[in-house]
Design a protein around this ligand. Structure first.
Ligand SMILES: [Zn+2]
Length: 112
């Protein structure tokens, strides 16, 4: 089990990530609305551009929501005292790996 300092660092990282993602999600939902409002006034080509942009925004949004779920799960594991262990082999996940991506659920071996 990681020590308190490691857990505090992880908690801070996870909260910062969560904030960042929620901000991005809020911004992209605004840009989706903007596309809908513009549809009557723009030409066909730029409408296709806008729709393509919208598809990309949707895909990015889905990814971000998945990340949020992972982050929440990681914070849950911190509270439960199971944070930092691989969900597959139950070995400790390298602290370096956790500091790069604090919401990971597997060690580097199981991620391959
Ligand atoms: Zn593992």
């Amino acid at each position: 089990m990681p020590n308190d300092e490691e857990l505090n660092t992880a908690r801070k990282l996870l909260l910062a990530l969560k904030d960042e993602i929620e901000t991005l999600l809020a911004e992209s939902s605004e840009s989706r609305q903007a596309v809908e409002l513009d549809q009557t006034s723009v030409g066909r080509l730029s409408r296709m551009d806008a729709m393509q942009g919208q598809q990309m925004a949707l895909a990015a949004g889905r990814q971000r929501r998945q990340d949020l779920v992972l982050i929440d799960a990681a914070m849950q594991r911190i509270e439960e005292g199971t944070y930092g262990f691989c969900l597959v082999c139950e070995e400790k996940i390298a602290p370096k790996r956790l500091s790069f991506s604090p919401a990971v659920t597997t060690c580097i071996d199981c991620a391959r």
